[in-house]
Ligand binder design. Structure first.
Ligand code: HEC
Length: 233
């Protein structure tokens, strides 16, 4: 019986050692390909803080109960540039920055915390590449948003992912609204609420909540996609 207990303890201890030594997979973000998916991008081809990075932090981190000024979980407030660079960020070195590492953690250590969905690889890369490029406060970057391109997959969905789905996903559907995936978005394209909310039309709740209005170009891209039938293209 005693030997059995010792053996069992050994198995448990070696298991713990194995799992704690396991390295988390932390990819180096790719060099800048000329801006993010949200229609930003600086003239210099770098990721733009204002149009690419900030909306992701605002819509997925700076929420009530998480990292807005009132909640400041773990001391992190992630609502504007000055606050974002305060903690957990090593300019020039994404893989040493806690703000980047947590995106790739597993289980309850991951941010955004489950059951919120993981950021997409494109979003993780925007944050990582921006940090590697020096985590600068780049604003008024000019835009590579193009109103002649308005498909769901390449144009509309990335705008929603970067500005909306942090508050509007299946496990956190604020206002009862889920905007993850074509069929969920189509409902709000058809009932007028998607356009009404982003264009700040009277009678609709202005969105994104607590953040700047989308750029005129991004609003136009979504409007043209809706006017063309809100196709799954
Ligand atoms: C920080 C959280 C947050 C973000 C980011 C956000 N929303 Fe919302 N949204 C809410 C909340 C909360 C409500 C419910 C508001 C209410 O009922 O007063 C809501 C309501 C809505 C509604 C229903 C509006 C209506 O008039 O009935 C739509 C549509 C919507 N959001 C779309 C969007 C879109 C599109 C984006 C991105 C461009 C976005 N939201 C970003 C929190 C957010």
């Amino acid at each position: 019986m005693k030997t059995y207990k010792i053996l069992l303890t050994l198995v448990i201890v070696s298991g713990l050692v194995f799992f704690s030594c396991r390295h988390e997979i932390l990819p180096e973000p790719p060099p800048s390909g000329g801006g993010g998916t949200g229609g930003g991008g600086t003239g210099s081809g770098k990721v733009c803080f204002e149009s690419d990075v900030l909306p992701i932090f605002q819509s997925t981190c700076a929420k009530a109960g998480c990292h807005d000024a009132a909640s400041h979980k773990e001391g992190y407030v992630l609502d504007n540039y000055a606050n974002i660079i305060k903690k957990g960020l090593v300019p020039g070195k994404a893989t040493s920055s806690e703000l980047y590492k947590v995106l790739y953690k597993t289980g309850g250590d991951r941010m955004p915390e489950p059951p919120n969905p993981e950021l997409t690889t494109a979003q993780k890369n925007i944050i990582g590449t921006w940090i590697n490029e020096g985590a600068e406060n780049t604003v008024n970057c000019g835009s590579n948003c193009d109103t002649t391109k308005f498909t769901f997959a390449a144009n509309v969905n990335p705008i929603l992912q970067n500005n909306c789905t942090g508050c509007h996903n299946a496990s956190n559907a604020q206002g009862g609204v889920n905007l993850v995936g074509y069929s969920a978005v189509k409902v709000y394209a058809d009932n007028g609420k998607l356009y009404g909310s982003i264009a700040h039309l009277a009678g609709y709740k202005p969105m994104p909540q607590g953040a700047a209005k989308l750029s005129d170009c991004n609003i136009r891209v979504i409007q043209k996609w809706i006017q063309a039938g809100a196709l799954n293209n």
